[in-house]
Design a protein around this ligand. Structure first.
Ligand code: CP3
Length: 351
């Protein structure tokens, strides 16, 4: 296929310096959109929304209809994988996710890889519906991104039993019982491969691995718990689906980002808000696309602050003259005014 007929996001992930850059935003579907809140109000809980293909497909498409982004990202959650493995999962109002704490071999042995494919079947139906919906609604340039949490970050929520400021119990367990923690990462790695493969078979054109808590680790632990499992996932997925690029997002990994990009074999890396794009460009192999990294709070602020921050990133990306995808440094927050998102879209398209 001649490169110009391919979707801009896929061109960037194939190593092309597309300009103006393709853009999408992490958590682009969510509570800041009134049309999302309307659908969310009609379901008993968040897991029910993720496993209702008609509703999940609808909310995936909502931000595309509003803003015409270059990518739709499957509406689901990284914690659907532990749920699919038979580990409990609940989202409590105003509290975030709550899971049983996984601290011993009995809890680990209770996880069942065999359940995953059936459990995630409704989510594959969502992927098929979004894929068909993009075509039917004329979004021929919008790529469909599938995703999973990276094994370390998913393990963080399973060991801790929910969110945490520093995931101290998880880091302590990894030192105290590396055998157990390694086995947990192995199960999650294999489950992630099953889950991502199913998403590709259902129509995902690119994949993203969210490693939101990679930045809490020492360099040595980062190698074992972030790089190693990610490298294995990328290796298997690229062997099976050489045309499907993978974006890794080891959030807050700082100086370890360049090593991560090289060692894992990803086609793109997400930069968190704190990262300097020029420095990242000097560390990350030149064929790997950079993605990010506007401060979500600049999007809440809007106006001059938003313009200043976005323009600085665009100027650095332009100067780097390498594959680049505009995004935030972390997810959109619920208090974001939807018209600020439209203003940002116009600014990036006009770059
Ligand atoms: O980006 C998208 O639009 C696609 C959907 C998506 C969600 N979560 C929907 C969601 C994606 C890609 C995620 C990833 C995710 N989920 C991550 C990695 C990225 C990051 O933010 O660091 C993590 C750590 C999670 C776990 C998670 N899910 C938490 C901690 C919470 C509670 C906090 C919160 O924002 O409420 C969720 C819930 C969640 N996932 C919501 C959405 C839209 C809000 C739930 C609701 O609507 O009630």
């Amino acid at each position: 296929m001649p490169s110009d007929s391919r979707k801009p996001l896929l061109r960037a992930l194939a190593g092309e310096a597309v300009w103006p850059p393709p853009m999408w935003l992490m958590r682009q579907a969510g509570r800041y959109l009134p049309e999302y809140r309307a659908i969310r109000a009609g379901v008993p809980d968040f897991v029910a929304l993720c496993t209702s293909p008609d509703k999940a497909a609808e909310v995936t498409l909502q931000p595309i209809r509003r803003y015409g982004f270059d990518a739709a990202i499957l509406f689901s959650d990284i914690l659907i994988l532990p749920w699919a493995l038979g580990h409990g999962l609940e989202f409590k109002e105003g509290e975030g996710p709550v899971l049983p704490k996984l601290r011993d071999a009995a809890a680990l042995d209770a996880l069942s890889l065999d359940r995953v494919a059936d459990a995630v079947a409704p989510i594959m139906e969502t992927v098929r519906r979004v894929s068909a919906g993009l075509t039917a609604e004329g979004f021929s340039q919008t790529a469909l991104i599938g995703f999973a949490g990276a094994p370390f970050t998913v393990a963080c929520y399973m060991v801790e039993g929910g969110g945490s400021r520093d995931f101290a119990a998880t880091r302590a367990l990894a030192y105290a019982d590396p055998g157990l923690f390694g086995r947990l990462l192995d199960v999650l790695t294999e489950a992630t491969i099953v889950y991502l493969s199913a998403q590709v078979e259902a129509g995902a054109e690119a994949l993203m691995l969210f490693d939101s808590w990679a930045g809490v680790l020492s360099p040595l632990q980062f190698k074992a718990q972030v790089i190693q499992p990610t490298r294995r996932i990328v290796e298997v997925m690229r062997q099976r689906y050489p045309h499907v690029p993978i974006i890794g997002f080891p959030r807050l990994s700082g100086m370890l980002l360049g090593g991560y990009a090289g060692a894992t074999g990803v086609q793109g890396v997400g930069m968190d808000t704190s990262m300097d794009l020029g420095l990242a460009a000097s560390q990350v192999p030149a064929h790997v696309a950079l993605q990010g990294n506007l401060d979500p709070m600049a999007l809440v602020a809007g106006g001059d602050a938003l313009q200043r921050e976005a323009n600085a990133i665009l100027a650095a990306a332009r100067a780097a003259n390498r594959p680049y995808i505009f995004n935030l440094g972390h997810g959109i927050v619920p208090q974001t005014p939807p018209d600020h998102v439209a203003a940002l879209r116009d600014l990036v398209r006009g770059a």
